[in-house]
Design a protein around this ligand. Structure first.
Ligand SMILES: [Cu+2]
Length: 240
């Protein structure tokens, strides 16, 4: 199956072939279209054990806020893989803001997925990871650039595009240590969300935006587009 056929199939139905398998996804039900979740304020640090309110908006087609829309949040502690769930609910009738109160006791780094109402709880918009810290700690926080500095300049890098309704290379085979860069060449916002939430997902990528990440460990890394979960792909890492 070539790219054009995949694109046509997506337009017709909402299943896509990835790594030789047919994968069915729940349809997006928010007002019959697709939706993303955007935080009103970024979350960088949360203090362990302290209930923290987080405000967000559910955006139709990545743009228009829905009134009275909520979201289910899945928070994954990246070091242990343990999961916590929370609900974001509208702050008032006709409110464009949904608020969640989350309490996390385990310090460390967290990935989180916000699934707008109507999305299955295992798909949704991946939000930027944040850290949970103990209030009394003297330990310096790990700097934001730590991951960049570990990058091996000699590692192979691969580039691929995101099209209107498909990943241009749904199966990418790379050597261990390679860096993959996705660029959204479409006017439609897309996202690269790994099914393994302990991995970094991209923010929402607008036209021309790129996201890159390194794959050090051999294996198969399945991903999908947050707003359009029927768009899927796999990065196969190993000796190829
Ligand atoms: Cu998309």
């Amino acid at each position: 199956m070539n790219r054009r056929q995949v694109t046509a199939m997506l337009a017709a139905g909402g299943t896509v072939v990835a790594a030789g398998q047919w994968i069915a996804r729940a349809p997006n039900a928010v007002a019959g279209g697709w939706a993303t979740v955007e935080l009103v304020n970024p979350v960088e640090l949360i203090v362990a054990g302290l209930p923290t309110s987080v405000d967000m908006q559910v955006l139709g087609h990545g743009v228009s806020p829905f009134a009275d829309a909520g979201a289910t949040l899945r928070l994954v502690h990246r070091e242990s893989g343990s999961e916590t769930t929370a609900r974001a609910v509208p702050t008032a009738e006709n409110s464009l803001i949904a608020r969640a109160t989350i309490t996390l006791d385990e310090p460390g780094s967290y990935s989180w997925l916000a699934s707008p109402d109507g999305y299955s709880s295992d798909t949704g918009t991946a939000l930027r990871p944040f850290r949970v810290v103990v209030a009394t700690t003297d330990a310096p926080l790990r700097g934001k650039g730590a991951e960049d500095s570990q990058e091996d300049a000699a590692a192979v890098s691969t580039h691929t595009d995101i099209l209107d309704s498909a990943f241009a290379d749904p199966l990418l085979e790379v050597a261990a240590g390679a860096t993959v860069t996705w660029t959204n060449t479409s006017a439609i916002p897309h996202q690269v969300v790994f099914e393994d939430l302990t991995r970094d997902s991209s923010p929402l990528l607008y036209e021309g935006d790129s996201f890159r990440t390194a794959f050090d460990e051999p294996g198969e890394y399945a991903y999908y587009c947050g707003p359009h979960p029927s768009m899927t792909g796999v990065v196969r890492v190993g000796d190829v």
